[in-house]
Design a protein around this ligand. Structure first.
Ligand code: NAG
Ligand code: NAG
Length: 732
């Protein structure tokens, strides 16, 4: 192995470090497991005689079995954490003139949900990577088939002639113009030419926003580029031919910026859509991109980003190359996943959008078992793996020139030949969507594609530098957060039931640790049942005055206390270790609960409905841009309810139920004056009390708030009726 001229002794291009305190953690985990087993033993040895209570007890036992099992799964991502770092100086020293071509896919689906300004900022940020320009090609896939997006990209291609040299000259970061201009102004007072480039940007923004408001592209602009004529035959977003336009042809010596420097290739693609053909969502778009780009630039490495996720670090491509080009281990690596980070998080992260524990702890743990999941954005792939290649020991990175089209086929000829590859009919009778490209038929096409790559013998790498590589937009309302998690949990659960299940297909193909890690996410959805049970039944039995847990003076109380306290401390510890605050942790606990009782429930139900061939409950992706009022509340960390949703009814009912149970239950306990009562109901009071405290923002939204983000009155009424009715039913 290794590149001959460098010799065997060449230093590696990346380094892998194990997490500290690994053994201490393992000891702790074992003690926790003993505690969990003791709880199970208690349940089996203390089954009540009364038939009704026996049922309640056994279901409680099942819930605890599940929680314990799930906890064991989560140990897989904590057992063996590793952290990666790269040596970019070694890379450029050895390979500067042999760096592979990189094709960057930016996907957008709808110009109203994802405004074109956002998309082109992402495009500009990736065009400006610190990487040999002639080896970069950027593709914007527009599933909205919108001439506005095309127009915005055309504007961006002009603006890039000023922006790229500006970025490189002053070495500015981040390279998304919007993000750069919005950073502290005193950062760049010294940068000369700043005001003129800012003005250019604002003028461009103005023109694009004007066209957006107008709802059509003005005639004088339409005549400027032949591409607009394509829209003459577009009848709707769901019914049009393939539109492929090479806006900047990187091979053309005339494609230069204002300083005469080369420009990356820039391509607009809107694949064919016909009502008669299913479009297969983002996977379909990605597969069309893989094929079309293979004709145009055929970069060895493919970077895939969502249009709201701009590059925050112009070195990321080089980081990724350090992994792929490492002489010792590079040949095993199929993809390099960067974390999903966000730039509009608030101080207390009220919707737990940062998902910091997944990003900082869990994925580095999965990395230890050979593979973080492919999460659909911020991910560098090897082209041949993505298009179906199998891993082999002898695989070597080829440093050959990557442009297939050295023969000077003109851009318009190229458009004509490559365009066919994005037509609906092209995939018929091929392996695309099955053995080749991203897989179809699953809402989380990315995760299942990553899994099948792992099953083919490849590894992946998680690269999480302190300065994040990509920054996206986090959901800014509770509704958006819950719907997003519903979709994820549903998709991940479908993987378990599909033929690629990590527990079936994965067996023998990937490591046990990796199987377990996949299961953590695949089993998100079924968590809803035990969580719902645990947040309803013990409280109702508190109201009835019947104990379901050991009394505080019993030795069986100890395992419960140990498990509860250490679980709280360890999760809090993880949070504080990664620079978060107590408040963020508390908010995360709340969202943890909300997700389990709503998102996962609907995800679970919809998956089952799907299996039995029924239509699903139909929650849709909503716009990430929200009105000013909503933004203001978001920035102040005030929870947003606003409209009525079945999810909110569940949340409000659970909150009301626990409040009634706690108050009424305590009152009945005091009336009863049996001192032993409190001792035996202590854990139920604690649980119910916890549920009440964590739901405080819900009561606030139900009863106290006056703004438009409060709970709608209909939800308030329904939840009170449901909660009180349940309590009466259980008592009488
Ligand atoms: C994004 O990049 C800037 C520098 O360009 C850096 O200061 C900032 O910390 C980065 N953001 C994140 C979240 O890493
Ligand atoms: C697109 C979007 O919602 N951006 C918001 C992100 O958050 C900051 C403040 O935290 C807002 O100013 C942005 O409008």
């Amino acid at each position: 192995m290794g590149n001959g001229s460098e010799g065997e002794g060449a230093l590696p291009l990346f380094e892998t470090k194990e997490a500290k305190f690994k053994n201490a953690y393992r000891l702790f985990a074992i003690s926790m497991f003993i505690g969990i087993c003791m709880i199970w033993v208690y349940r089996i040895t203390h089954i009540p005689l009364n038939l009704e209570e026996k049922w309640v007890w056994m279901l409680l036992f099942l819930s605890e079995l599940w929680f314990g099992f799930y906890w064991v799964l989560t140990q897989s991502v904590r057992w063996n954490r590793v952290y990666r770092s790269t040596f970019k100086d070694r890379l450029s020293h050895r390979y500067e003139d042999k760096l592979p071509g990189v094709d960057i896919f930016v996907c957008t689906a709808d110009p109203t949900i994802e405004p074109p300004m956002m998309a082109i900022n992402t495009v500009l940020s990736v065009m400006a990577y610190n990487y040999p320009t002639e080896k970069l090609s950027v593709y914007l896939s527009d599933d909205g088939g919108s001439d506005l997006t095309f127009y915005a990209l055309l504007e961006a291609s002009e603006f890039s002639k000023y922006w790229l040299p500006f970025c490189k000259k002053f070495n500015i970061e981040p390279r998304s113009p919007a993000a750069y201009f919005s950073t502290e102004s005193d950062l760049f007072v010294d940068v000369e030419g700043l005001s003129s480039i800012k003005q250019l940007y604002e003028e461009m923004e103005n023109r694009i926003e004007t066209a957006a408001k107008l709802g059509r592209i003005p005639e004088e602009i339409r005549t400027k580029h032949k591409g607009f004529s394509e829209w003459n035959s577009v009848s709707s977003q769901r019914d049009h031919q393939t539109i492929l336009q090479v806006l900047i042809d990187g091979r053309n010596p005339n494609a230069v910026d204002i300083d005469g420097g080369a420009l990356p290739t820039l391509v607009y693609l809107s694949r064919e859509k016909r009502p008669s053909h299913h479009h297969k969502f983002k996977a379909g778009a990605m597969n069309a991109l893989i094929r079309v780009s293979s004709k145009i630039s055929n970069g060895k490495i493919i970077l895939n980003v969502d249009c709201d996720m701009y590059s925050n670090n112009s070195e990321s491509v080089r980081d990724a190359c350090c992994f792929f080009m490492d002489e010792q281990k590079g040949h095993e690596i199929a993809f390099v996943q960067f974390p999903q980070s966000f730039d509009n998080l608030t101080k207390n992260d009220i919707y737990a959008s940062s998902m910091s524990i997944i990003g900082e702890v869990e994925f580095s743990g999965i990395d230890g078992y050979g593979g973080p999941l492919y999460i659909g954005t911020g991910c560098f792939h090897r082209r041949e793996t993505l298009s179906g290649g199998k891993y082999s020991e002898n695989y070597k990175f080829e440093y050959k020139e990557n442009f297939v089209n050295q023969v000077q086929e003109s851009a318009s000829e190229l458009e004509k030949t490559a365009k066919i590859l994005a037509d609906c009919a092209f995939e018929e009778g091929t392996q695309w969507g099955k053995e080749m490209g991203l897989k179809y038929g699953c809402p989380v096409e990315d995760v299942i594609t990553g899994l099948s790559i792992h099953c083919r013998g490849w590894k992946s790498v998680y690269f999480n530098p302190t300065r994040k590589g990509f920054l996206g937009i986090a959901p800014t309302t509770l509704g958006q957060t819950l719907v997003q998690h519903k979709r994820w949990s549903e998709g991940d659960f479908q993987i378990i039931l599909s033929k690629y299940g990590p527990l079936s297909y994965g067996v023998g193909r990937i490591k046990l640790g990796l199987q377990m890690a996949y299961c953590i996410y695949c089993f998100w959805a079924p968590n809803c049942l035990p969580t719902l049970y645990y947040s309803v039944i013990p409280s109702l039995y508190l109201l009835k005055g019947i104990s379901l847990f050991p009394r505080i003076t019993s030795p069986w109380f100890l395992p419960f206390a140990y498990v509860i306290i250490t679980e709280i401390l360890s999760s809090l510890g993880e949070f504080l270790c990664f620079g978060s605050t107590l408040q963020c942790w508390w908010n995360e606990q709340r969202i943890w609960l909300f997700k389990r009782t709503t998102s996962y429930l609907f995800g679970f139900i919809d998956t089952l409905l799907n299996v039995f061939g029924f239509a699903n409950s139909g929650f849709d992706i909503t716009a990430k841009l929200t009105d000013e009022d909503v933004s203001k509340r978001y920035e102040k960390d005030i929870m947003e309810f606003g409209n009525s949703s079945p999810m909110f009814i569940i949340l409000a009912t659970l909150a009301m139920l626990n409040l009634v149970c706690l108050l009424w239950g305590l009152q009945r306990m005091i009336m009863n004056t049996k001192t032993s009562n409190f001792e035996s109901l202590f854990l139920q009071v604690l649980l119910c009390g916890f549920l009440v405290v964590i739901n405080l923002p819900i009561y606030n939204g139900l009863f106290f708030r006056k703004d438009n983000g409060r709970m709608p009155t209909s939800v308030t009424v329904k939840s009170i009726i449901l909660a009180v009715l349940t309590c009466f039913l259980i008592l009488y």
